[in-house]
Write a protein that binds this ligand. Structure first.
Ligand code: NAD
Length: 261
């Protein structure tokens, strides 16, 4: 048996997908034939234009559905409005950097809600749809920080370790069904969430942009290269293939060797 990857006839819902890794994954899944539901909390012309661009480029059906992933009921509504969800990519995420005593409670709450609880809510509605369809893939975008820690990122690291745990439980609850659940753990990928951290880190360490990238960000990434959104998309597509049907409840690192250190 050979393993060609065709996701034609499947629908993928990707949370937080109007930029960065989510958009990269959406584009790759669309290239493999999946219909796409893009999401973020905004509802702009640009958001809807992204869906049209993917549809024009690949010939799949692509929609944009706004929903705020910090709100449990909106997470659930997103999947209900999608109507079908064969592939669920829990990708929405935010970051805040501060020591624990100074860490604002509202940032802690928002990070836990968007980066972790949203995946619980979307999965709760998507699993019955996958069961009805007789096939499903849950892909949780964790992080190298789902497996290791760094200072000043307490909420993010707690949420990302949490989503790895949720992934394992999802896999065990679906183990006897043609449904898998896995977490992708990227190292540093140069997307808006990372761009936003550069100016503060430049100030904190009195470094240039290049020094921050080389000496702070990529210091733990032995390849000394950012991973790319296309690589995240390719990994997601592979996990949706039949070759990956027995891969479940695990983490796949795409981190240039970070977690080997
Ligand atoms: P990004 O800022 O480009 O993307 C985050 C996405 O989440 C955006 O589309 C944003 O609109 C969306 N989002 C934020 N708040 C939301 C909300 N309340 N409701 C709905 N959508 C919301 O950053 P990214 O790097 O593409 O991050 C995507 C995921 O990858 C995140 O979970 C992040 O933690 C994870 N990740 C990123 C890196 C990296 O280096 N970039 C590394 C490891 C893990």
């Amino acid at each position: 048996m050979s393993f060609e990857i065709s996701l034609s006839g499947k629908t993928a819902v990707i949370t937080g997908s109007n930029s960065g890794i989510g958009l990269g994954i959406a584009r790759e899944l669309a290239r493999a034939g999946a219909d796409i539901v893009l999401n973020s909390f905004t509802d702009s012309e640009e958001d809807h234009a992204l869906a049209k661009e993917i549809a024009d480029e690949t010939g799949v059906t692509a929609r944009y559905i706004p929903a705020d992933m910090s709100k449990g009921d909106q997470c659930r509504d997103l999947i209900t409005k999608a109507g079908v969800c064969d592939i669920l990519v829990n990708n929405a995420g935010i970051q805040h950097v501060a020591g624990i005593p100074e860490f604002p409670t509202e940032k802690w709450d928002a990070i836990l809600a968007i980066n972790l609880s949203s995946a619980f809510h979307t999965t709760a509605v998507a699993l019955p749809m996958m069961r009805k369809a007789g096939w499903g893939r849950v892909l949780n975008i964790a992080s190298a920080h789902g497996l290791t820690a760094s200072p000043y990122k307490s909420a993010y690291i707690a949420a990302k370790h949490g989503i790895v745990g949720l992934t394992k439980t999802t896999a065990l609850e679906t183990a006897k069904e043609p449904i898998t659940a896995n977490a992708i753990c990227p190292g540093y990928v140069l997307t808006p969430i990372v761009e936003k951290q550069i100016p503060d880190t430049m100030k904190e360490y009195d470094m240039s942009r290049e020094e921050v990238i080389e000496k702070v960000m990529l210091t733990r990434q032995p390849s000394k290269e950012f991973a790319t959104v296309e690589q995240m998309g390719g990994t997601a597509t592979f996990l949706c293939s039949e070759a990956a049907a027995q891969i479940t409840g695990t983490t796949i690192s795409v981190d240039g060797g970070w977690t080997a250190l």
